[in-house]
Design a protein around this ligand. Structure first.
Ligand SMILES: [Zn+2]
Length: 319
């Protein structure tokens, strides 16, 4: 077991090594497909989270490698079976995997449109992507007979409020502060039969998230370690660090939010910079938070039910 997994493991409330993929009916399941950042890294793919509940599958953000992770965990069924993609904001590290998540399932048999939900600019992005891939779409429709509906975006710009509500699975968007130039940016709260998870998206320290996250079982928050960033870049300039934190959140700031929300499990994802490990993040978070905490890794699955269980998701190569 890699060191960071081991360190995460000891911090968890409950650890299981469930053999089955499928979530029991009354559970909400969250899988971190990618826990990295813009820097290409083989261990941490781009930000993307798979939510599964009641037979539905939602993808929150589509960073680099999201389609690869979906195929790895569930082959054709999961890749083609996404019910909606929700974007927290339109920064490229959160969206660069979107063409793959949209087009590749079509090749594997998807015949229904892909709902795409996100802040202002999302519908434009869908329209422009459709234009950019017009040659491929036209060719495959004609030559291979793939249905046009299977490559259609059903895109919608949304504002804070309920943005998805089907068969007991409800997603509520809320505004987060990711700096003036990255507005609008959203976080999402997912509720299913009394279970809940909150995903922060990218944000700087902002206590408004506390009211949206209240009562949530699991709180997934992005994190940046300014200390590691400074060490690696040999930047000692406090102004440079302040600029980073003007858009993101540090482990101790996240800890302050976790303490106020008191989730059953707090999780770090979107870890910046890439070499940052549990040793870099956890002691800093512990200055402000004493509760259950996990440092996310790619394919970490969190099953939220009577207990909150965490295990590394099985992939095709494990079977
Ligand atoms: Zn961002």
């Amino acid at each position: 077991m890699p060191l960071r997994h081991a360190l995460s493991a000891v911090l968890l409330t409950a650890i299981t090594s469930l053999a089955a993929h499928a979530q029991p009916a009354a559970t909400l399941q969250v899988t971190l497909l990618g826990t990295g950042n813009p820097r290409p890294n083989m261990e941490r793919f781009g930000p993307s989270i798979l939510v599964e509940a009641g037979g539905q599958r939602l993808l929150i953000d589509a960073g680099r490698g999201a389609a690869q992770r979906l195929f790895a965990i569930g082959q054709r069924e999961v890749l083609t079976g996404i019910d909606a993609v929700l974007l927290t904001h339109l920064h490229s590290d959160h969206t660069v995997g979107l063409p793959d998540v949209w087009l590749t399932p079509w090749i594997f048999g998807r015949a229904r449109a892909l709902p795409l939900i996100g802040p202002a600019g999302t519908a434009d992005m869908a329209r422009h992507l459709t234009q950019a891939y017009q040659w491929d779409i036209g060719t495959r429709t004609k030559d291979e007979g793939f249905p046009a509906e299977g490559v259609r975006f059903d895109a919608k710009d949304v504002t804070p409020g309920v943005v998805y509500d089907r068969d007991g699975l409800r997603v509520t968007a809320f505004a987060v502060d990711h700096g003036a130039f990255a507005a609008p940016a959203l976080g999402y709260r997912v509720d299913f039969r009394g279970r809940s998870a909150v995903v922060s998206g990218d944000m700087r320290f902002d206590e408004r998230i506390v009211e949206h996250a209240k009562g949530a079982d699991v709180m997934v928050v992005e994190v940046i370690s300014p200390e590691v960033e400074a060490r690696r870049a040999q930047v000692q300039d406090p102004k440079a660090l302040a600029r980073i934190l003007a858009r993101h959140i540090s482990p101790d700031q996240a800890g302050t939010l976790f303490t106020k929300v008191a989730p059953r499990l707090a999780v770090f994802t979107h870890i910046v910079p890439s070499p940052a490990t549990a040793e870099d993040l956890v002691p800093v978070a512990r200055k402000t938070y004493a509760g259950p905490l996990a440092v996310g890794y790619d394919l970490m699955t969190i099953v939220i039910g009577a207990s909150v269980d965490v295990f590394p998701r099985r992939t095709l190569s494990d079977q």
